[in-house]
Write a protein of this length. Structure first.
Length: 334
C-alpha cells in the first residue's frame, strides 16, 4: 500500500501538521530540531503500533492533554492513534483497540543516522536492532521476543529478592526455554538468508572484492527446550546471588565480519556506510519476498552522512518503493 497523507495534533513539537505524500519520494525539508523525525515517528506508530524512540508520555506535546495522529492509505483506509495521558487507542474502521492489530500493520524500513554506528555498538544494541527487523518478518518471532522479554524481566525481578525459591521462578524458566529456542532458531534462519546475498549486495555499492557476513554466537545452540530448562534450574543459586539471569538467548551475539575479521576495527568509515546500506537493501528485499508487500522506506537525515555515490545507490535501490525522507538540504534524485 501507499501512504496518501499523515496528520499530527499535539505530537512532539507539532500543534498541527499535515503532510501529503507522493507515491514515490516525499522530501520533508527543514532545519535540525524542527520536528522532521517526529513525522517519521508518527508513521512508524501507525504502521508498527509503537514508537521507535520513546514512550507516549514523552511524545505528547507539553502542556496539552492528548495527541492524535491519522494516516490514510491510497485505498482510503484510515488508521488513527490517540493518547490522553492515560492510555493509547487505535481506531480502524470505527473499531477501537489498545493495540494495532497484526492485520493492520504494514512493513517499513527505517534508516536513522545512528544505524551507521550499528557495527560499533554493543551486542545488545545489535540484538535489539535485528529483533525489530525479524519481528516484521515473522509474527512468530514478534510473539516470542515479546514473551521472552517479559519473562526475563520478571525472572530477574524475582532473583533480586532476598528470599526466593526455585519453584516460584519455575514458570518463568519454562517461558524462557520455550521462547528462547524459537528465537535462536529464527535468528539463525534469517541471518543465513541475509548472508546468502550480503557480499553481492555490498558489491553493488562498493565495486571491490571485499566479503561481508553476519556471525551468530549463541550458548543455546544445539540445545533442546528441556536442556535449556535444566540449565536455568541448575543456575538458580548463582543467578540468585548475582541478581540476574546468566544464561539464555538474551545473551546471543550478532557481529559483522568484514574480510574474515570483525568489522568493528577493520572496516573504514566509508566501508561501514556501504555495509549498512547493503543491509538495508537486503532487509527491504527479504521483507518484500516474505510478506509479499513492498515496505515503506523511512530515511531520517541520512544523506548528510553519505557521499554522492552512496546517495545515488540508496535512491536507485529503493526506486520501486514509497520513500519518505527527512533532510536539511535538497538533493538530486537522479
Amino acid at each position: 500500500m501507499i501512504i496518501k497523507s499523515i496528520s499530527l495534533t499535539n505530537f512532539r513539537n507539532h500543534a498541527n501538521y499535515f503532510l501529503d505524500c507522493n507515491k514515490d519520494t516525499t522530501l520533508i525539508l527543514g532545519e535540525n530540531g524542527c520536528g522532521k523525525t517526529s513525522v517519521l515517528e508518527a508513521i512508524y506508530i501507525l504502521t508498527q503500533g509503537k514508537s521507535f524512540r520513546a514512550t507516549d508520555p514523552d511524545i505528547i506535546k507539553r502542556d496539552t492533554d492528548f495527541y492524535r495522529i491519522e494516516l490514510e492509505y491510497d485505498n482510503g483506509e484510515k488508521i488513527t492513534a490517540s493518547y490522553d495521558r492515560t492510555k493509547k487507542t487505535f481506531k480502524i474502521l470505527d473499531k477501537k483497540t489498545t493495540r494495532l492489530p497484526l492485520k493492520n500493520k504494514y512493513p517499513v524500513i527505517l534508516f536513522q543516522p545512528s544505524d551507521l554506528n550499528l557495527i560499533s555498538h554493543s551486542p545488545s544494541t545489535r540484538r535489539k536492532y535485528f529483533d525489530q527487523v525479524f519481528s516484521i518478518l515473522s509474527p512468530e518471532y514478534a510473539t516470542a521476543v515479546n514473551k521472552y522479554e517479559k519473562a526475563i524481566t520478571q525472572r530477574n525481578k524475582l532473583l533480586k529478592q532476598e528470599f526466593i525459591d526455585s519453584t516460584t521462578i519455575f514458570p518463568w524458566n519454562v517461558l524462557l526455554a520455550k521462547n528462547g529456542i524459537i528465537l535462536k532458531n529464527l535468528r539463525e534462519k534469517f541471518l543465513n538468508d541475509i548472508n546468502l546475498v550480503f557480499t553481492s549486495t555490498y558489491h553493488s555499492i562498493a565495486d571491490n572484492q571485499d566479503e561481508i557476513n553476519l556471525s551468530f554466537m549463541s550458548e543455546v545452540s544445539n540445545l533442546t527446550e528441556n536442556q535449556y530448562l535444566e540449565i536455568l534450574e541448575k543456575n538458580f543459586t548463582k543467578d540468585h546471588l548475582l541478581g540476574h539471569t546468566t544464561f539464555g538467548s538474551h545473551r546471543d551475539v550478532i557481529d559483522f565480519i568484514f574480510n574474515h575479521k570483525p568489522a568493528n576495527g577493520s572496516a573504514s568509515r566509508g566501508e561501514t556506510r556501504s555495509i549498512i546500506l547493503a543491509l538495508k537493501f537486503i532487509e527491504a528485499n527479504i521483507i518484500a519476498d516474505n510478506l509479499l508487500k513492498k515496505p515503506i522506506i523511512l530515511l531520517d537525515d541520512v544523506f548528510s552522512e553519505l557521499d554522492n555515490t552512496r546517495r545515488s545507490s540508496l535512491i536507485d535501490n529503493f526506486k520501486n518503493h514509497q520513500v519518505i525522507i527527512t533532510s536539511v538540504e535538497k538533493f538530486a534524485k537522479d
